[in-house]
Design a protein around this ligand. Structure first.
Ligand code: NVA
Length: 303
């Protein structure tokens, strides 16, 4: 990768995404590597995590490296110690910093003072590792990206932003259906539009899930209440109630259409009960692909 850090999905070019997917597919076949022998990675998590934490930990170890998990309370990023100091100390001790944080600004500040690569393991604005794993999954399921359309139903959150930007970068059509006021922000939409024009893909915003899924190869959803938005729960549950992905919505799609969700999922909120077991669901393949693509990211970013 040309960029030293992976803070946003926009840090990777279409060619780099193609290389990462190739490398992810390679690691899926041959899980062990030597790229991180003698190297250490700090895993700093300000928010809970299952997939990201475990997949990064296993990825680092299977590439021969050593990982150190640091929770929010242990570090006190910006409270116990300024981010600039944390960055400069960790840069002397480890070879990669992986950060899950409440604020994209923390990633920016950390990367500014870090002499080692910083990877965004989810922020309030983006989830680039998830988007790359999702592209790997879509690539596998459809043998490429040609004529693929993603319909994202729900909140225009971190997952939606990275996925939409990723889709636009590789030429995949993307439509998002959200309640008014909860779609992707105007600034980000402009960037997606710009990339879509370059890649010859389409991008659109609607508030009608049925309209969105017309002709979709991928139906995608994520939680209505992201980590850090718990105080908005009641309001969001009401506003998103017509945006559930369920059997009835999926029945309007083609037989080859797949259903994706980054997990954790909430039954009777963004999905109906049992949807993870639906024949169209590929959510566990999607979760597994976090491991393979993150090995590709680590191996690439360390060299
Ligand atoms: N949008 C969710 C993604 C969790 C993987 C959140 O930020 O909580």
């Amino acid at each position: 990768m040309k960029s030293k850090h992976l803070l946003s999905i926009t840090d990777v070019s279409p060619e780099e995404i193609a290389d990462l997917i190739k490398s992810g597919l390679y690691f899926k076949e041959s899980p062990f590597g030597s790229d991180l022998i003698g190297k250490s990675a700090a895993l700093i998590f300000e928010k809970p995590s299952l997939r990201t934490k475990v997949s990064f930990d296993v990825a680092v170890n299977q590439l021969g490296g050593h990982s150190i998990y640091l929770s929010k309370d242990e570090i006190g990023l910006g409270t116990r110690e300024p981010i600039s100091d944390v960055a400069r100390v960790l840069s002397r001790l480890v070879d990669i910093i992986i950060l899950r944080t409440f604020s994209q600004d923390n990633l920016r500040d950390l990367s500014e003072y870090s002499s080692v690569p910083v990877i965004n393991a989810l922020s309030d604005q983006e989830h680039p590792c998830q988007a790359l794993a999702d592209l790997l999954t879509i690539y596998e399921k459809f043998s490429g990206f040609k004529n693929v359309k993603i319909a994202y139903i729900g909140d225009g959150n971190n997952v939606a932003v990275s996925l939409a930007l990723a889709a636009a970068t590789v030429g995949v059509d993307f439509v998002i259906a959200s309640p008014p006021g909860y779609s992707i922000s105007r600034n980000v939409a402009e960037e997606i539009n710009k990339r879509s024009l370059q890649s010859n893909a389409s991008f659109s915003i609607t508030s009608d899930p049925l309209e969105a899924i017309s002709g979709a190869n991928v139906v995608y959803t994520d939680v209505w209440i992201s980590m850090g938005q718990e105080q908005e729960s009641n309001d969001r549950l009401k506003k998103f109630s017509g945006f559930q992905v369920n059997e009835s919505l999926l029945s309007n799609t083609d037989s080859s259409t797949i259903f994706m969700h980054p997990l954790p999922a909430h039954n009777e909120q963004e999905i109906s009960k049992g949807l993870l077991e639906h024949p169209k669901s590929v959510v566990f393949d999607q979760a597994e692909n976090r491991l393979h693509i993150q090995k590709a990211i680590l191996a690439n970013i360390i060299h």
